[in-house]
Design a binder for this molecule. Structure first.
Ligand code: PLP
Length: 381
């Protein structure tokens, strides 16, 4: 009888949607409030226990999922803080045709591109012409103005950061238009570390119920480690901050021994990229203004090889369903190494900076070659 079958079908649909609703609801009691725009979605990212690493080490290892920001990384917070500051001082006014210039081959450009669209500005991103396709396509999809320049040293006036600075100045001085140009300058801009001091740090502290033993992350501009560690040290004197550093970076020696040096800098051994690693976004051979703002809060450093990070990528994806980018993986390796040298039950927080989708063509291409059943012992070999 068709009437009866329709009744059964409707009953089935109703009960399955109720079931889905109760499953989702029971896991998520804090339904986020609706927001006015994308800018309001930035921050308040989730914290998740990394079960495989916690069980193996006997410590509590948690990942702060910065990849859950609307632009896909912690750089959203920095972009918002930089833009709001320019608005406060009248340098950016929505709808006037103002352009924000930044030199970046990383996530920052994507965050600025997203935010500028949402707030009424244009993002002009200068980047090296060998920037990965994933990032270029994302910038193109947001419709950002893209200026590709040849990779060059920071002292070269045509280097991408210097190109961005020059572009902003040219527009600022252009009397034929009302539009203003500003240079975001994430490496030197204090609104970078301050964004993490004001938001990421307090969120971590609250999410961990005011009890953390170790905080670990890498350093690119240094904004995340400086801002978070300054905040965390201001609320607890037991927290130890560790820098996770990729191979080829001089930061490890800077933290450990006060000297910025890596053996790849030996005469005749320098390669095409100053920091020769597959890891993107972290590791440098120069000290940045933002790192300096929190250097006194960084207690120790862990060096992680590319091989360890690649194996960890595969391991986290297979065991925890965490599909993360390269810098998150060095943080995870460092977190395990810290756990192995600390008392059971210690609480360790690492930053999961961005998703693996940003790294498919390079880092994850290598990670896919690893057996998905790899053990943690093999990861750390
Ligand atoms: C993927 C990724 N992870 C980590 C970082 C490092 O963050 P910070 O610049 O705050 O040191 C960056 C910086 O661009 C990044 O792009």
């Amino acid at each position: 009888m068709p009437g009866k079958s329709i009744f059964y079908l409707l009953a089935l649909i109703a009960s399955s949607s109720y079931l889905t609703y109760t499953i989702v609801k029971s896991k998520n009691n804090d339904t986020p409030k609706r927001k006015k725009n994308v800018a309001d979605l930035i921050g308040n990212t989730p914290m998740v226990r990394v079960n495989s690493l916690s069980e193996y080490t006997g410590c509590e290892i948690y990942a702060k999922l910065e990849l859950a920001n609307p632009g896909g990384s912690a750089k959203d917070r920095v972009a918002l803080s930089v833009v709001r500051h320019f608005e406060e001082i009248g340098e950016l006014v929505p709808g006037r045709g103002d352009v924000l210039f930044e030199g970046t081959s990383g996530s920052t450009g994507i965050s600025f591109a997203m935010l500028c669209n949402a707030l009424g500005y244009t993002a002009h991103i200068c980047l090296p012409d060998d920037t990965s396709n994933e990032k270029l396509q994302l910038l193109e999809s947001y419709g950002a103005e893209i200026e590709k320049v040849k990779p060059a040293s920071i002292v070269d006036p045509n280097q991408y950061v210097n190109a961005a600075r020059k572009g902003a100045l040219n527009l600022k001085n252009d009397k034929s238009t009302l539009a203003n140009g500003v240079f975001a300058n994430q490496f030197e801009n204090d609104n970078n570390w301050r964004a993490h001091y004001a938001t990421t740090g307090p969120e971590i502290w609250e999410q961990m119920n005011y009890d953390i033993d170790y905080f670990v992350t890498g350093s690119g501009t240094g904004g995340t480690i400086a801002g978070c560690s300054r905040y965390l040290k201001s609320v607890s004197n037991k927290i130890k901050v560790f820098l996770a550093d990729p191979q080829g970076s001089g930061m490890f020696n800077r933290v450990k021994y006060g000297v910025m040096y890596d053996c790849v800098e030996k005469e005749g051994t320098r390669r095409r990229h100053q920091v020769d690693t597959l890891i993107e976004g972290v590791g440098l051979n120069r000290i940045t203004h933002n790192f300096l703002q929190g250097e006194h809060c960084v207690d120790d450093a862990v060096r992680v090889t590319d091989d360890e990070a690649i194996r960890m990528a595969r391991y986290l994806s297979s065991n925890d369903g965490l599909f993360v980018g390269s810098s998150s993986c060095i943080n995870a390796v460092a977190a395990v190494k810290i756990a192995q040298n600390s008392k059971p039950g210690s609480k360790i927080v690492m930053i999961a900076c961005d998703s693996g989708t940003r790294h498919l063509s390079k880092f994850w291409k290598e990670a896919l070659k690893i057996d998905k059943n790899i053990t943690l012992e093999q990861v750390l070999e």
